[in-house]
Design a protein around this ligand. Structure first.
Ligand code: ADP
Ligand code: MG
Length: 715
């Protein structure tokens, strides 16, 4: 990077800038320029125009809304409804009433007259900007007829004004608005839109969302000239029928109803109902349809929170379908925070209802507050975010010490409590061991673990974490080992079971472990000795089966076969390749005499077994691929031992054993998934990091964003 001095010494460019002698004069922009700038903001893309037009139709109490689109909306957007229409010419208290002439002027609306009305606004529009904006960036034509009229009127608009007097014409009930040549006068916008993906899928998506919320209205959306509509819904009394009509049977069949409400005025008044997908639903993409007070909004934090819950709960990492309708008191919702009203904010509770700035570090800050965070302190993610800001509404009377914690936390711990009703056991040594954990807890590390965000794996063992403005490398093997150990003690005698599909013979496994330990596998003499040791260990463990089963859910039958292991973290099973080592460790390393150290050493052995070690097969995505090549060509005895005849048949011409590579890829991917979705969320909830982790290289601070900012801000 060049220093400032270097930059200053750079030669003066050949084309010198004009010498400015006087400050430039400030002048008032022409109204049409102002309007066109504002229009570009309200109507950002064709689908935002469609949203405005459909919302107008809904505000006009329509029961049928039909949309036709040509060229992704750039050539034509036509929205026809059967609503109350627009007043053309009429008399009221002997005054001439004319709405059509001012219809497309900026800030003309029938929905709001005083600012205070915003607090109780029920209509979707209120700024009187949408139609006006459209006339500055496209050609707008309106046909409308009101109740009791013999004919309708048609009129076209340009730059906010009528191009001609309204012309009488035949019309069907309601209003039809046509926008042609959108962005005809904004070359850059038109170009990017033409180059970027067509807006039509977005328009279809938008209409689908409206159709499943406003089920008393029938919707259709089709391409101009197409015989078939891409969205077609009829008014119905059943939301599920509407979802079926729009999203298909496969979605509707796999949904569960959700409903929550809280009518305690001292905390919050809130109602939520909707549908979410069950475990049979599979999709690679999340569909989240969120309406707050009948406004279609987006809430990335809530979406992410739900995705995390699904990912952590369902074994297959399928993305959910969510339809949610939230009703809040109108005064809790500031609908005026976003130019396209895509986001709304709850101003009273510092909890944005449906908006979040992803770059904001302050978990409770609204979009406006977040601007106060100095730029060098802004971080990309926020560990509290996944909880979603609806937390305040989801909990009935949250106890004060819970206020900081997320709804996710409470959901998880309630599940935990249900599964393990008795949290602690009556053995004093277990209580002592748990006390030791508490006493030994390092408060700084605890804060990091509680509030960090997982970024990704930096290598096989270290994960990259972000905590406030700091970046850390954290050893996931050490962390998971400690977490498992602590959880064994906490779940002591209350484990759920992992049932092994094939019971595993202790004797063979321990013998295997002893052989693996030995550096000289050829020596037969030692084999006998190993078998003896294995036998002794097996016998020893057989005498302990009752205790192992009752306290640790390790079940060994009378034939010496292991058939059950404990669930230490939900959604996680240990790497069975490490089972022999674990059994050997149980036999060899456990002190069976003293109660406390016995329980402690078994918990430690389980911790080591369940820890998220790197899989035994090397990672094929890095240098590890060599391993899968070398095996065939070198034919070293050690390699051959591992390679099955069957697998060898799958070695292709490039000398890589693809099936084994696939297996390795799978175990690495699985491990990374578990680290992200099981280890980190559980660590946040349960881990009390002992002081030893602060000194043994488990955490390494690699960077501080503030310092990085100092380096990069000048780039
Ligand atoms: P807003 O919706 O914020 O009031 P718009 O520019 O979208 O502003 O619309 C201006 C006015 O035009 C509305 O207040 C409404 O009275 C009228 N209007 C627009 N579209 C329709 C429609 N489809 N049916 C009836 N009235 C409409
Ligand atoms: Mg409107």
């Amino acid at each position: 990077m060049e220093s400032e001095e270097d930059q200053m010494e750079e030669p003066i460019p050949a084309i010198a800038l004009p010498v400015v002698t006087e400050p430039p004069k400030i002048h008032r922009l022409h109204e049409s320029v102002v309007n066109r700038i504002a229009a570009g903001e309200v109507i950002q893309r064709p689908h935002s125009a469609v949203k405005e037009l459909v919302e107008n139709s809904l505000d006009a109490a329509s029961t049928s809304i039909n949309v036709v689109v040509k060229d992704g909306g750039l050539k034509l957007i036509q929205v026809s409804d059967d609503g109350h229409g627009i007043r053309d010419i009429g008399t009221l208290r002997k005054m001439q009433y004319e709405d059509l002439p001012i219809l497309c002027e900026r800030h003309t609306t029938s929905k709001l007259s005083r600012f205070e009305d915003l607090q109780s606004i029920k209509s979707m529009g209120f700024r009187g900007e949408a139609l006006a904006s459209m006339t500055y960036v496209g050609h707008v034509a309106v046909t409308t007829i009101t109740k009791g009229q013999l004919h309708g009127y048609r009129v076209s608009y340009r730059d906010g004004v009528m191009e001609h007097e309204p012309k009488p014409c035949a019309a069907v009930k309601g209003t039809q608005i046509m926008i042609e040549n959108l962005f005809y006068n904004m070359t850059a916008r038109r170009k990017t839109l033409q180059n970027s993906a067509d807006d039509y899928p977005k328009i279809v998506d938008l209409l689908s969302r409206f159709a499943i919320h406003h089920i008393n209205v029938s919707f259709s959306c089709r391409k101009h000239g197409a015989a078939r509509a891409d969205v077609h819904s009829v008014a119905t009394a059943s939301r599920l029928d509407a979802i079926r009509a729009v999203y298909g049977v496969s979605v509707a069949r796999n949904l569960m109803k959700i409903e929550v409400s809280d009518d305690d005025p001292s905390s919050s008044v809130f109602e939520m109902d909707g549908f979410i997908s069950n475990s049979n639903y599979t999709s690679r993409k999340t569909t989240m349809v969120l309406f707050i007070n009948d406004r279609l909004v987006e809430c990335s934090a809530l979406k992410r929170a739900i995705e995390i819950v699904y990912a952590a709960t369902l074994p297959k990492a399928s993305k959910p379908f969510i339809y949610m309708s939230v009703i809040l008191p109108p005064m809790h919702v500031d609908v005026n925070v976003h130019p396209t009203k895509r986001e709304v904010v709850d101003p009273t509770s510092s909890s944005p209802v449906a908006t979040t700035k992803d770059s904001s570090m302050n978990a409770s800050a609204s979009g406006i507050k977040s601007q106060k965070v100095p730029v060098n302190k802004m971080v990309r993610t926020d560990s509290q975010d996944p909880a979603g800001r609806l937390h305040a509404y989801l909990q009935v009377k949250p106890p004060s010490n819970y206020e900081q914690s997320s709804s996710l936390t409470s959901v998880r711990s309630s599940i935990r409590q249900r599964r393990n009703p008795k949290e602690s056991s009556d053995l004093t040594s277990i209580e002592e061991l748990i006390d030791d954990i508490e006493k030994n807890c390092h408060s700084v590390l605890l804060d990091i673990v509680r509030h960090c965000t997982y970024i990704g794996m930096a290598d096989d063992v270290f994960a990259l974490l972000q905590h406030n403005t700091q970046l850390y490398l954290a050893n996931v093997v050490n962390l998971s080992k400690e977490l498992m150990y602590q959880q064994v003690l906490r779940r002591f005698a209350h484990f759920n079971a992992i049932q092994l599909s094939d019971p595993a013979p202790l004797l063979e496994l321990i013998t295997m472990a002893l052989k693996e330990e030995d550096l000289d596998p050829e020596c037969n003499e030692k084999d006998e000795l190993k078998e003896k040791i294995a036998e002794m260990n097996t016998e020893l463990l057989k005498t302990k089966t009752e205790m192992l089963e009752e306290y640790f859910c390790i079940y060994v039958d009378s034939d010496g076969n292991l058939s059950r292991l404990p669930v230490i973290l939900d959604q996680y099973t240990p790497d069975m390749d490490r089972l022999p080592e674990f059994l050997l460790c149980l036999g060899n390393d456990v002190d069976w005499e003293d109660e406390k150290s016995c329980l402690q050493s078994i918990a430690a052995a389980l911790g080591n077994f369940y820890a998220m070690h790197p899989p035994l097969l090397p990672n094929p995505s890095g240098d590890g691929l060599e391993f899968y090549k070398r095996r065939k060509s070198s034919g070293s005895p050690h390699a051959e031992e591992n390679i099955s005849k069957d697998a060898e048949d799958h070695v292709t011409n490039d000398g890589i054993e693809h099936e084994l590579v696939a297996e390795a890829e799978n175990s690495w991917a699985q491990r990374e998934w578990s680290i992200q979705h099981v280890l980190f969320p559980s660590m946040r909830l349960f881990l009390k990091p002992p002081t030893s982790l602060a000194a043994n290289g488990t955490f390494v601070q690699v960077a501080s964003l503030e310092k990085l900012y100092k380096i990069f801000e000048r780039c």
